[in-house]
Design a protein around this ligand. Structure first.
Ligand SMILES: CC(C)(COP(=O)(O)OP(=O)(O)OC[C@H]1O[C@@H](n2cnc3c(N)ncnc32)[C@H](O)[C@@H]1OP(=O)(O)O)[C@@H](O)C(=O)NCCC(=O)NCCS
Length: 147
């Protein structure tokens, strides 16, 4: 699903403090970019406390290259790199039949909620560090790029 404004979101993230260049990846076929994934910084707000986490967005693969595993490869690579960079968790708003196969679970099961109304199965979290995630409850605050 696309609202055709994802390219603007990418530019806004790149201009913000939430941007993590190492977690913005492209899939390349020879010299052509055929897919892209981005993870950027967000916070989980719990009263006065705030915890650092990542948002997975956007993710895209050129239509002619879809259903070949490129999206899965981008997710697995970015998740692996985020884990090695010592992030605690990754939040995604996305399809509930796509992301669970990469380890994403309903965020509400962890006491983490979106800042907007959405059916709970679409708002998911991937634990990278279960211990830190256990102490992380609250409402997600997206960076200004998402406003
Ligand atoms: C979602 C997307 C990145 C998947 O890329 P991909 O390279 O085709 O993914 P993979 O080949 O690794 O996996 C494909 C499988 O994912 C599932 N899938 C793909 N898009 C899906 C969607 N929007 N909702 C649910 N499942 C989806 C399909 O079951 C597909 O399985 P199949 O090949 O057996 O039919 C791609 O479809 C895309 O760019 N979509 C438009 C942008 C978008 O919706 N991004 C996600 C925002 S949360």
């Amino acid at each position: 699903m696309s609202d055709h404004t994802e390219q603007e979101l990418i530019m806004k993230i790149k201009e913000s403090d939430a941007y993590i260049p190492a977690l913005s990846l492209v899939a390349v076929d020879h010299t052509k970019i055929v897919g892209h994934i981005m993870m950027s910084k967000i916070q989980v707000m719990d009263g006065q406390a705030h915890h650092h986490a990542l948002a997975l967005a956007p993710l895209s693969v050129l239509p002619a290259y879809q259903h070949q595993g490129i999206g899965s490869q981008l997710i697995r690579q970015a998740v692996d790199m985020a884990g090695r960079a010592d992030y605690s968790s990754i939040i995604v708003l996305g399809h509930h039949t796509y992301y669970p196969k990469f380890g994403f679970r309903k965020a509400s099961d962890y006491g983490i909620y979106p800042p907007f109304d959405v059916p709970e199965e679409y708002f998911m979290v991937l634990p990278l560090d279960e211990n830190r995630l256990a102490n992380m409850k609250g409402t997600v605050k997206y960076s200004s790029a998402f406003e």
